[in-house]
Design a protein around this ligand. Structure first.
Ligand code: AMP
Ligand code: MN
Ligand code: MN
Length: 334
């Protein structure tokens, strides 16, 4: 499953971690279940480890300001191992990064990443820029959680229920509940192991997708009510899109992550190969989610606009009128 990674790189990572007194962990900004779930699983594994003496000091974070765990991820075990970026070492001896394709995806922790003496990168983005002293990067992996599971195995740590839960959350999220093409037999075998170790699929699905505050219905109503369809976009393959504005969520006290589920409704549109949701952050910047059904490479278009991602799921950030941000994207999509 991790065929893309050299045996010598796994060995290097294990050796570095075996000798470490302190291990720092960072995942990408505005973390999703794969980023945070993988990171916390490895953090728990390291913190409980007694390799020839005391377990290393473990400090995990992500570079957002304000520093807030997305509401739907607060069920993940290991949140007590998180520290805000201001408390993160400026120049870590050992730093592991999770699900980040480039250093700038680490936000406020980018500086610490540059200054880390040993930088172990766990990622599965085809667009990974190749940063780090040890690259555990496999674009064929369905999730960073797959790589995190292998690292934990290689460290000789048993899967506990808490570790399995974080890994399972990452795996189920990045495979779209085992629906996307990267869902190989090996993915299901890993899922079976994680469930066997105590991860509860029903609980994870409920926390990630099957619950929300009542106010979320108003947000969905507003966003779906102004959805648009451009049949001529993407060389006639069609594009469906909408926005989620600050006005949709601020009166109800909803954070930006309340808008995450909208893309999964927009992307169902039969008449559109590409789906786009522009989400207005508290700063006024648009966080743009882009999905394709597989015939259009949206990561290339997003990369051209300063973002990135996978062939069928990518994103970027933009400023200005939403129509203009969308127009810049449709130009890239051709
Ligand atoms: P999202 O739409 O936020 O769920 O993101 C979909 C995919 O695009 C994920 O793999 C993200 O890592 C990637 N992505 C989203 N926004 C950006 C960005 N600003 N820069 C690079 N990659 C991004
Ligand atoms: Mn991610
Ligand atoms: Mn991922």
């Amino acid at each position: 499953m991790t065929a893309g990674i050299a045996e010598s790189d796994w060995a290097k990572a294990v050796k570095i971690l075996d000798g470490a007194q302190e291990v720092c962990l960072a995942c990408h900004v505005r973390p999703d279940a794969d980023a945070l779930g993988s990171m916390l699983a490895v953090a728990i594994a390291l913190a409980g480890r007694q390799a020839g003496g005391a377990a290393p000091r473990v400090i995990a974070s992500f570079g957002d300001e304000p520093f807030e765990v997305p509401a739907i991820l607060r069920f993940l075990p290991g949140l007590d191992l998180l520290a805000e970026p201001a408390r993160f070492p400026v120049a870590p001896r050992v730093l592991l990064t999770f699900d980040a394709s480039s250093i700038d995806r680490l936000g406020l922790l980018a500086g610490s990443t540059v200054l880390a003496a040993e930088l172990i990168v766990l990622d599965h983005h085809p667009s990974n820029t190749g940063f780090g002293s040890v690259q555990l990067v496999d674009p064929s992996a369905a999730a960073t959680a797959v790589l995190a599971a292998e690292l934990i195995d290689r460290l000789g740590v048993e899967l506990t229920q808490d570790i399995a839960l974080g890994l399972y959350a990452g795996l189920v999220a990045d495979t779209g509940s085992f629906k996307y093409p990267a869902t190989t037999p090996a993915v299901h075998l890993l899922a079976a192991r994680l469930i066997g170790a105590g991860a509860e699929p029903g609980l994870v699905a409920r926390e990630l997708w099957d619950r929300a505050p009542f106010a979320q219905l108003g947000l969905l109503s507003a966003a779906l009510g102004r959805a648009g369809l451009d049949r001529r976009a993407c060389a006639g393959r069609g594009l469906a899109w909408t926005t989620v504005t600050r006005a949709d969520r601020e009166p109800a006290g909803l954070a930006l992550d309340a808008a995450e589920s909208v893309i999964d409704l927009i992307r169902r549109t039969d008449e559109a190969e590409v789906a786009v949701v522009l989400k207005e952050a508290d700063s006024g910047e648009w966080q743009v989610s882009v999905r394709s059904k597989g015939n259009v490479d949206v990561s290339a278009a997003c990369a051209a606009l300063g973002g990135g991602g996978h062939r069928a799921a990518a994103g970027f950030a933009g400023r200005g009128e939403p129509e203009d941000v969308l127009a810049a994207l449709t130009r890239q999509l051709g």
